[in-house]
Design a protein around this ligand. Sequence first.
Ligand code: OSB
Ligand code: MG
Length: 372
Amino acid sequence: MRIEAIALREIHMQLKSPFETSFGTLQNRRILLVEAVADGATGWGEVAAGETPAYNSETTDTAWHVISDFIAPLLRGKTLRSAADFTELMSHIRGHEMAKSGVENALWDAEARLAGVPLSRLLGGAMQEIACGVSLGIRENPESLVAKVEEELRSGYQRIKLKIKPGKDYDFVAAVRRQFPNILLSVDANSAYRLQDADHLRKLDEFNLLMIEQPLNWDDIYAHAMLQPLIKSPICLDECIHNTRHALTAIELKACRIINIKGGRVGGHTEARSMQNACKERGVPVWCGGMLESGIGRAHNIAMSTLPGFTLPGDVSASQRYWNEDVIEPPVEVTANGTIRVPQAPGIGYSVRRDRVQKLTVRQNQWRHAED
Ligand code: OSB
Ligand code: MG
């Protein structure tokens, strides 16, 4: 496919309510959308980077810079056999996985539309329906958290994940577990603890957690390998894992028993697919994480979640949990059983509301092939 044009837009969207994690509170999202035109077909991708370098080192602005000054100029006019060739073409750019992923995934959408198949199928996914969980931000007190969990369970979600940080952990998890003894329950610390906190983290073992996600430093696989034998709860790594090599290192060191795969964090669908395969071969379950995406990123997460290694419910939930109005049509909806039916239309399978995107756009940039 010949890349005829790339458009980059920054849109501003406000979350329905603030989302608090151990690294800060998010509400006003600055999201980059990538539109790629190849052989006349249009594909869309989303950059998952946050507004600040608090989750990982990328931000909306670093991604704008890397896409504008390095990725888009190189891609313009190029002919690729498949979106899968993008990784090799960009291998001289170190890191910046989220910037790369936004562009690569737009190419995957375009390729699927050109082939007339759903993106899930092009990637090799077979599931028609994916299992969904929710990620709940840190709350003021355990009572309001329990009320929120109850509401999400009523909507059908199959797994509840609680964000925790020192001082907002044990009592909150205890209250939820007391009220709901049998649900699939996990916690996510976003790197808020240190290895010296092992005795404290071990107290969470009594709650039969499905996993404890990324308790220690964002770049420290070794410390997690030290922690895992000291606690019963399986460790799931998120921030630490940027590529398949990292996943293999973590598995080899027994630093975790589960891996959260986010397309953005690992650089796009090609690497995500290779990682889930490597994990599957080694018996390590994976699930699809989320980054408070608009419908476009959400649609990519759904397609990725259909791959066979994704055996646990992901953080892929309904548009209306986050947005009053999404940028896709129809919005992502969840069934009463806590699943999402995988769209069967070509590409990401949802249509992008251009009028809405235009209204939300605060800056844009375009690269066209000179001969067009
Ligand atoms: O660690 O999984 C995380 C949101 C922003 C940054 C990091 C994380 C999260 C979430 C939200 O947990 C998942 C979602 O999009 O629902
Ligand atoms: Mg996480």
